[in-house]
Design a binder for this molecule. Structure first.
Ligand SMILES: [Zn+2]
Length: 263
């Protein structure tokens, strides 16, 4: 599994020092922008004050010298960061190992994996039993036909080879960290369980641009990974996260079915 915990450890292991890093954003699922402290016109940053572990979004007028918390104030606590890192780490897989999701208890629960009686017919055309205990099965998420786990394909909803920011936004959205709301039952399911723990906030916007744009809390998290030079690790983890993986039969999982999101 990918491990993004060093982003967290960096915060936990640097006690008492003021830490400042640039605010990085995803806009419309396409761009990373940065308010770089190396640039004279920087206006936004993430700050961790001395003797604190809270990440606070700050702003400064173009011509001013004094930084202050954005209004309304936005911050992420160390406990929220730990919850975020754990949710990613415990539910994501490496690029070539995403079928590991078949053993993920959370994923299995959401997609109704269970032992089920299937129809077997022997070579003579007579009804036959399964060669052992009832197999674990899962319904295809599109057509509902039940398959054994060996015979189901795992679909990346935001596809590999597509824009990696889309998968990041999809996972962030399920945590209340984008400007747009979740619309499917899966996003709603995970928001209800995990959003509060990471400090996410519910949205009502259904605009596509908002679904793929981080809100200010999402920007704080994203800025940390940007600063730590860990965007690739984050992207792989989100691409192969339970939020982005669903069971489809081979008939439903047609090539390029998901690639037309941004024509
Ligand atoms: Zn199907």
């Amino acid at each position: 599994m990918p491990d993004i915990s060093s982003a967290y450890n960096w915060t936990a292991n640097n006690n008492h020092n003021v830490r400042l890093f640039a605010r990085a954003t995803i806009v419309s699922g396409r761009h990373v922008t940065e308010n770089s402290p190396q640039m004279s016109q920087w206006l936004n940053r993430v700050s961790i004050a001395a003797n604190s572990t809270d990440m606070v979004l700050q702003t400064r007028p173009m011509s001013g010298a004094n930084w202050s918390a954005v209004n309304p104030a936005v911050s992420i606590t160390q406990a929220q960061l730990l919850a975020f890192v754990n949710f990613i780490n415990q539910n994501s897989y490496d690029d070539q190992a995403h079928r590991g999701v078949l053993t993920n208890a959370t994923w299995r629960g959401f997609y109704n994996v269970a032992p089920r009686a299937l129809v077997y017919v022997d070579h003579a055309g007579a009804p036959a039993g399964p060669p052992g205990p009832l197999p674990d099965t899962v319904p295809c998420y599109d057509c509902w036909l039940v398959h054994t786990l060996d015979n189901i394909s795992i679909d990346h909803q935001r596809p590999i080879g597509g824009n990696p920011y889309e998968a990041i936004c999809k996972v962030f959205r399920a945590l209340g960290l984008t400007r747009g709301t979740v619309q499917g039952p899966k996003g709603a399911h995970f928001q209800a369980i995990h959003m509060a723990a990471v400090g996410g906030v519910a949205s009502v916007s259904t605009a596509k641009a908002d679904k793929y744009t981080l809100n200010t809390r999402g920007e704080i998290y994203y800025s940390l990974f940007f600063h730590r030079n860990m965007l690739q690790e984050l992207a792989i983890a989100c691409m192969n996260h339970i939020i982005n993986l669903r069971p489809l039969c081979n008939g439903c999982n047609t090539p390029n079915r998901n690639t037309s999101h941004y024509p």
